[in-house]
Design a protein around this ligand. Structure first.
Ligand SMILES: Nc1nc2c(ncn2[C@@H]2O[C@H](COP(=O)(O)OP(=O)(O)OP(=O)(O)O)[C@@H](O)[C@H]2O)c(=O)[nH]1
Ligand SMILES: [Mg+2]
Length: 198
């Protein structure tokens, strides 16, 4: 199998943060987006950013910018579809998705997802820790993009439901201390992440 491509999902509205771009929030002197790029880039064949609105605000990153292929902020599944369409055009077989708001995600995310999906014709696996799945952290086959488009058109919004319908497996990650999938949804979460770094 070819090395997966990567997509960083930053298409949400950050309502719990009071709006704006969560990807641009600063943590430890760098943006949440640059934390995600640093972790994912070494693990993938190529990297893109899924975000909506004015593309100029991410131009400096140099990353291909993928808007949601459906309007109205239908949720992360739309960003995963954007990533699959892009990877297909790049000649890829699979995509690994990550959220822009999870700065401590595992440095072995991609190899562990690949291991979990070993032997599958259409490799699909979701990350989990502490007994919970993190559906926006997943390995997705390009071959499912037609099915994903159809599911979105039917109104499917749940990432895990789509994965379950296609035999998605689970990659469990250890979380002995801080959960590596700790994600920043509120200003209090951002303060907590700053405290972790300090
Ligand atoms: N492409 C895309 N991504 C989304 C959408 N909604 C959420 N996401 C992404 O899914 C991931 C997890 O979502 P949340 O943590 O709820 O982020 P959010 O939706 O921006 O924040 P809230 O509005 O506070 O829920 C983040 O990486 C979001 O950017 C969407 O409509 N489209
Ligand atoms: Mg979140």
């Amino acid at each position: 199998m070819k090395q997966p491509f990567g997509v960083i999902l930053a298409g949400g509205l950050a309502t719990r943060m009071g709006g704006g771009d969560k990807a641009s929030l600063m943590l430890g002197g760098q943006s949440l987006l640059s934390h995600a790029v640093e972790r994912l880039e070494p693990q993938v064949a190529g990297l893109a950013l899924n975000a909506n609105g004015d593309p100029a605000r991410f131009a400096a990153t140099g990353l291909p910018l993928l808007p949601d292929p459906l309007s109205g902020h239908p949720g992360p599944l739309a960003g995963i579809l954007a990533g699959l369409d892009w990877a297909a055009a790049e000649g890829g077989d699979t995509v690994v998705s990550v959220a822009c708001d999870t700065p401590f995600f595992p440095c072995d995310l991609v190899p562990q997802l690949l291991l979990a999906a070993e032997g599958m014709e259409a490799p699909l696996a979701l990350a989990a820790s502490q007994g919970r799945r993190h559906p926006v952290f997943g390995l997705w086959p390009v071959s499912l993009r037609g099915a994903l488009r159809a599911a979105l058109d039917r109104g499917e919004r749940k990432v895990a439901a789509f994965a379950d319908a296609h035999g998605g497996r689970e990659a469990a990650f250890p979380a002995p201390g801080l959960d590596p999938f700790f994600n920043i949804n509120t200003p209090a979460d951002l303060a907590e992440a700053e405290a972790v770094l300090a």
